[in-house]
Design a protein around this ligand. Sequence first.
Ligand SMILES: [Fe+2]
Length: 230
Amino acid sequence: MKDRSRFRPPDLELLGSRPSRRRILRHVAQIVGGVSALGLSAGSARAEQVRPTPSQVAGPHYPKEKPGEADWNLLSVGDGAPPAGEPLELHGTVTTRSERPIAGARVEIWQADNQGIYDHPRDPDRTRFDHRFQGYGALDTGADGKYRFLTLMPVPYGGRPPHIHVTIRRVGAEALTTQLYLKDHPENDRDGLFALMLYPGQKKLMIDPRDATLDNGMRGKSARFDFVVF
Ligand SMILES: [Fe+2]
């Protein structure tokens, strides 16, 4: 018998607005990049290095109102206690396709709390959101293109695998919006978005958190993800 669970249709999270012509062209460029990475065209190693980070839909939970505190540390809200969940350091670099670090790029992340609840009106469980967790954070990359957030290890919710939403904006360029997933998480293959993957570049949207000692001796995980944007 066929395992239909692997072909779960996309949920609301996956529904985006109608893609612009520019966005379609970008996807075509990503598909070409994916083919290059398979060695089907010349210079595959180089193409692998500079292939742009694939975009994914923003989903319905981008904050309607940003929290009063919206910095890089999502584990600290005012002087309050840390939220429930396992701390995660998410860090890396934002570069152009020619591998030039981008200074001053605005990086935003948002995600559900440790119960899988978003601080958003469209989440039916919002009243139970853990307000010790910031839920959203933003920063500008440094002169070296680097960024660093303290957040939580994402958890599955509503049929979706654990993920962190990311948007990167910079002056004079279209924003990159995407989602990061946990490498080898069993829920990944049951996700509608994964079922829609058309090119191998999508698989690059993975983080591989490792045990680490973070700020103030706090134990948690650390993962690096480098974004390549147009
Ligand atoms: Fe989400």
